[in-house]
Design a protein around this ligand. Structure first.
Ligand code: GLN
Length: 185
């Protein structure tokens, strides 16, 4: 199994480390040919506008959008959630996204979250994080903040978190992606 990590901008190495801990091979994706032979893809946090511009420049946006539409497993964190939710980006989730929904950088915070399918809470690290204000039919909400904002969700081949699981030592979201999304392909 090889998991790609979109490496145009953002928190790339932290995802590499999380996959290493799970003994899963990863490959950095910088150009279209890097998409060959992958079993799944992680879209990291960072700055979604910058990542989108770079995807367009590197001719990655359209191929990736098609792969997502055809069922290729993707896991987006933070800016990755933004890109997967926007219809003019990767259009993978059918939800309404609010960018920087909790305020600015100084409003970054941690919150212990109850996550569907996890036995114990997961510590969410939110950095200029988005949230989903609504999701359409077929999208499963996996976690909400105390003030009821959707911050983790999934739909068939797509898994998203508004927070950064790769910045914690807790690999449960990466395991979920590997086992239930990539493994089910
Ligand atoms: N606010 C950023 C954006 O919308 C995402 C922040 C992050 O990925 N930590 O692109």
């Amino acid at each position: 199994m090889i998991i790609g990590i979109l490496a145009l901008q953002g928190a790339v190495s932290e995802h590499q480390i999380a996959l290493e801990k799970l003994a899963v091979a990863s490959k950095l994706v910088l150009k279209t040919t890097d998409l060959q032979g992958l079993d799944g893809l992680i879209i990291p946090g960072g700055e979604s506008t910058a990542i989108k511009k770079l995807m367009v420049r590197e001719n990655l946006l359209e191929p990736l959008k098609q792969m997502v539409a055809q069922g290729f497993p993707v896991f987006g964190t933070c800016a990755g959630l933004v890109l997967l939710s926007q219809t003019d980006s990767l259009n993978g989730l059918n939800g309404e996204v609010v960018r920087n929904g909790f305020g600015r950088q100084k409003d970054s915070f941690e919150e212990s979250l109850t996550v569907t399918g996890f036995d114990t809470p997961f510590m969410g690290i939110f950095i200029r994080a988005p949230y989903l204000s609504s999701v359409e039919d077929g999208v499963q909400v996996l976690a909400k903040t105390d003030d009821n904002r959707i911050v983790a969700a999934s739909k068939q081949n797509v898994l998203v978190t508004a927070f950064h699981p790769e910045l914690t030592a807790d690999t449960r979201f990466h395991e979920l992606f590997i086992h239930d999304f990539v493994g089910q392909k």
